[in-house]
Each structure stands twice: as C-alpha cells, then as structure tokens.
Design a protein around this ligand. Structure first.
Ligand SMILES: NC(=O)c1ccc[n+]([C@@H]2O[C@H](COP(=O)([O-])OP(=O)(O)OC[C@H]3O[C@@H](n4cnc5c(N)ncnc54)[C@H](O)[C@@H]3O)[C@@H](O)[C@H]2O)c1
Length: 163
C-alpha cells in the first residue's frame, strides 16, 4: 500500500518507519522543515533505540521518504494517517484537537482518489465524526473512509510496541 503519515513526531516517524519495514511505500510529512531536513540526512529528531538503522534501511530500499508538502504527499495514497500532536489545552486540560482538524482540512483539499483516512493521534470519542464532517464538505462520500487506529507505543520501546 502507499501510505502517508501526517506528523513525523514520535508516533508518525516510528509508525511510518515500521510500515515501510513491513514492505509498504511510506512518506512521512511534517510542517517543520528543520525536522524533515534532519530526516533527509538520517539525523533522528528523537532518540529511540534502533530507529536510525530502521529509517536508513528503509530509505535505502526506496520504501521511505520525507516531505514538508502534504498536498503532493497524500494525493495518490491508499491510506493517510493523522499522527499530529494533541496537547492538553490550558485551563480545562482537554486535548487540543486543532492540529487534527487542520490536518483533515489539508487532506480534504489534496485527496484525488478513494483514500482511507486514519486517526492515529490520541483523541476523544466523537473526533472521527468531526474528521468525517470536515472531509465530507470537500469530498464525495465514495472518495474517503475515516477509521480509528490509536497508537499505544511507549517511548523507549516504540518499535517493538508498534510491531
Ligand atoms: N509520544 C508517545 O509516546 C505517544 C504514544 C501514543 C500516542 N501518542 C499520541 O500520538 C499523537 C502524536 O504524538 P507525538 O508524540 O508523535 O507528537 P509530536 O509532537 O512529537 O509530533 C507531532 C508532529 O506533527 C507535526 N504536525 C502538526 N500539524 C501538522 C500538519 N498539519 N502537517 C504536517 N505535520 C504536522 C508537528 O510539527 C510535529 O512534528 C498525539 O495525539 C499523542 O498523544 C503519543
């Protein structure tokens, strides 16, 4: 499958590298250019045992790449994972879902073929309905499906946990 990970932080990068290691074609996207520049030079923005080798192996095999351009990255994918941050909001402590919804808007503008949109970020119940609503404003119903695949990896054991 051709997969895009939106957000190349802990979850997006580890998940993307592991999916590539399973044989999928993966592009990891991030809006932080410095992060993508580092990854293009095989410098990991986080420390995770085994990650640099996993990334290097899959980049060299042509299965893993990095980009700051969400639109170009998602338009011919089978599945697009939303793995952006959901920090606790000041005041009420609820998850700030603005990054998730902003990513959904950008994906809706870019999808050109039937695509599965997967929420991997940690989100409250009902977020999938909201993501579906955002996509449905711009895409016909037969062009997308929204599913939930929350991540439970632990930092420091992320690759084993994911796999
Ligand atoms: N880190 C963990 O151990 C862990 C474990 C399980 C679940 N989670 C959940 O997974 C989600 C991601 O966590 P993380 O630790 O990877 O976050 P992170 O902050 O390390 O990475 C998120 C990345 O998303 C990027 N981003 C935000 N909006 C974007 C956009 N529109 N387009 C492209 N890139 C964008 C940011 O620049 C950042 O690099 C959160 O919901 C978190 O709660 C984290």
């Amino acid at each position: 499958m051709k997969i895009a990970m939106i957000g190349s932080g802990y979850v997006g990068l580890v998940s993307g590298a592991c999916f590539a290691d399973f044989g999928h074609q993966v592009i990891c996207v991030d809006k932080e250019k410095s992060k993508i520049d580092k990854l293009d030079n095989n410098i990991m923005p986080i420390y995770e045992p085994g990650l640099a080798g996993l990334v290097q192996r899959n980049v060299e095999a042509g299965r893993l790449s990095f980009s700051t351009n969400l639109g170009e990255s998602v338009n011919d994918c089978d599945a697009v994972f939303i793995a952006v941050g959901t920090p606790s909001r000041r005041g009420d402590g609820h998850a700030d879902l603005s990054y998730v919804y902003a990513a959904a808007e950008e994906i809706a503008d870019a999808v050109t073929k039937p695509t599965v949109i997967v929420t991997k970020s940690t989100v409250p119940v009902g977020t999938g309905d909201e993501v579906e609503l955002i996509l449905s404003r711009k895409l016909p119903a037969d062009q997308f499906a929204v599913v939930s695949n929350p991540e439970f990896l632990r930092e420091g054991a992320a690759i084993d946990d994911f796999k």
